[in-house]
Design a binder for this molecule. Structure first.
Ligand code: GLN
Length: 240
């Protein structure tokens, strides 16, 4: 068995080492005897979404987002078809904002992919915090770190999690990120998946299910990862 992971525009969208999420997916597959191929795409490369099982769109500064946003319009229809067909996507921060209709800043409006019904407007101050989330879709809390100026509004969509600690999508409605089909959009940067192996396996399970009709992933020893996860949860949310 094999999964192919596409990394979109790693030179531009890779704030805080979002790339580490790919290493985590790769390792957790390899430990289970599942092969992984990683394909990196630069701005001018054509992308054949039919060969991909998981797509990573990382975070970027406003300037970098502006650069990729024109290219995104060229891949929009193919990526939309991929998402509607159940293709998995993990989009972080700047990448998450670009999944939506637009990201409005003081400089103007950047058009997004409109793959998911959400929009983002820049605000002040930046929302910077450790984060703890709870979600019925995941067996444990999700922990991470956020740093964004944009405020995202997802309407009636399903959030990635509810904010226990931190700001989340906009600092107001206590929601963080989005889940749409097999798309996960989130503001949680950097080592999201190493910190939350249950989120990593959620992505792998969805991708395996779509490709092979099987969702069983051999259990791994995540005791150290979960000890770290629960330490952060207790430190910031106070509940033991
Ligand atoms: N430029 C976006 C913002 O500030 C996203 C930043 C990021 O990816 N950290 O909201």
């Amino acid at each position: 068995m094999k999964l192919t992971i596409g990394h979109l525009y790693p030179d531009l969208l890779n704030l805080y080492g979002d790339r580490g999420n790919i290493q985590c997916m790769k390792k957790r597959c390899e430990w289970r005897g599942i092969d992984v191929e990683i394909r990196e795409y630069q701005l001018t490369d054509p992308i054949d979404f039919s060969g991909l099982d998981i797509v990573l769109l990382g975070g970027g500064s406003d300037r970098e987002q502006q650069i990729v946003c024109t290219t995104l319009q060229n891949i929009r229809d193919d990526m939309k078809a991929y998402v509607e067909d159940g293709g998995s996507v993990i989009a972080v921060c700047g990448g998450y904002q670009l999944l939506g209709h637009y990201y409005e800043t003081g400089e103007g409006k950047m058009k997004g992919l409109s793959l998911v019904d959400l929009y983002t407007k820049q605000g002040s101050p930046r929302l910077i915090s450790n984060v703890v989330l709870k979600s019925e879709d995941f067996p444990y809390e999700i922990t991470g770190f956020e740093n964004h100026g944009g405020r995202t509004w997802i309407g009636e969509n399903r959030p990635f999690g509810r904010v226990v600690f931190g700001y989340g999508n906009n600092g107001e409605d206590k929601m963080e990120g989005i889940l749409y089909k097999n798309v996960v959009g989130t503001y949680l940067h950097g080592p999201l998946l190493p910190k939350n192996p249950h989120v990593c396996d959620y992505l792998l399970r969805n991708a395996m299910n779509r490709k092979y009709g099987r969702t069983d992933l051999a259990p791994l020893d995540d005791s150290q990862e979960m000890e770290a996860n629960q330490y952060i949860k207790n430190r910031f949310s106070g509940s033991k």
